[in-house]
Design a protein around this ligand. Structure first.
Ligand code: MTE
Ligand code: MO
Length: 323
């Protein structure tokens, strides 16, 4: 199946976005004062009734989906972190429109038998595109539930035949000053870089995403190809990837370089380890960013709720250190 065909797959299991939009309007109408909500009174309001979601029980069991209310397409595409297009949450949805995503090639190299520069369509050809409904937990304390479309990273990496020296995988985002106004500011040491240990990269939960809600990724979400690692803080899920390298040593990663005491290399979601400047015990589910920030504070779970699948990767490690 070609990428284009894959992206046309209807999101059959997903409740129509329009339902969510209506619900958001309804909720906005019922709640009187946004200012009150923002000052903390939102916590006292009853949570909105969950919308009906049809879930394939087989996928539930495999942990690849969740019955939690999905974040609206509007919110997923208008409340973003993509510093190459500015540091405001609303910046990327405006500024990233000019990012050219076709043609797109990805260079794969380092410790592997078959390195190469590959057109995106060829890179992800083969594995059947899957829909994965994952929680995304930003280190800043907000979260979303996103129906991704993508392929397991492992299925893509294997064909480059990583050698026994490949202990980590390093990812690099495009860095083009002409297309990315944020690169004019030294917010991070560009290009944005991230990395995973080999076993994390090969874990079945780890996804290379090409779409959301059955539609091709928009630029602000990291089109045309971004990583999704649901048990780690959101900054590990690097966007608009142009390079993948198999490496022997733990690679340079942008946020860890920026402040290593605040953003660890592993950065598994962990409510027991606070960020030096704020608590990680709870999070706000984003719901309705364009009218008002309506979000209930809910408990953050270890490994973002994926502990059954991934905790064994960290056996023997001090999780208080590797938050
Ligand atoms: N290249 C790049 N990737 C990035 C970021 C970024 O600024 N640049 N932000 C990260 C952060 S902090 C988060 S929370 C997620 C946000 O993804 P979303 O905007 O699709 O929700 O992307 C991550 N990937
Ligand atoms: Mo984030």
């Amino acid at each position: 199946m070609s990428l284009r065909d894959a992206l046309r797959i209807p999101a059959r299991e997903i409740t129509d976005e329009a339902v969510y939009r209506d619900r958001r309007r309804l909720v906005a109408g019922l709640v009187a004062a946004p200012a009150l909500a923002l000052s903390g009174c939102a916590d006292a309001e009853p949570p909105p009734a969950p919308a009906a979601v049809r879930v394939d029980p087989a996928r539930m069991r495999s942990g690849f989906t969740t019955a939690e209310t999905r974040t609206t397409y509007q919110d997923i595409t208008h409340y973003n972190n993509f510093y190459e297009f500015g540091t405001g949450k609303a910046d990327p949805s405006k500024a990233a429109r000019t990012l050219r995503t076709t043609p797109w090639t990805v260079a794969v190299g380092g410790e592997c038998a078959k390195p190469g520069r590959i057109a995106l369509d060829d890179l992800i050809r083969g594995p059947t595109p899957e829909e994965r409904v994952y929680r995304l937990r930003c280190v800043e304390g907000w979260s979303m539930v996103i129906p991704w479309l993508g392929v397991p990273l492992a299925s893509v990496l294997k064909r480059f035949e990583p050698t026994s020296k490949a202990k980590f995988v390093a990812f690099t985002t495009l860095a083009d000053r002409k297309q990315m106004p944020g690169l004019g500011y030294p917010a991070l040491d560009w290009p944005y870089r991230e990395g995973l240990r080999m076993d994390e990269a090969m874990h079945p939960l780890t996804l290379l995403a090409t779409g959301i809600y059955g539609k091709p990724l928009l630029q602000q979400n990291g089109a045309p190809l971004r990583l999704v690692v649901p048990w780690k803080y959101g900054f590990k899920s690097i966007k608009s990837i142009v390079r993948i390298d198999f490496v022997e040593k733990r690679p340079f990663t942008s946020w860890n370089d920026y402040a290593s005491n605040e953003y660890g290399f592993f950065s598994n979601v962990n409510p027991a380890v606070d960020h030096p400047r704020w608590s990680q015990k709870t999070e706000r589910r984003i719901a309705g960013t364009t009218t008002r920030l309506f979000a209930d504070r809910i408990a953050t779970r270890p490994f973002n709720g994926y502990g059954d699948q991934v905790a064994s990767l960290y056996a023997g490690m001090d999780l208080r250190k590797w938050f």
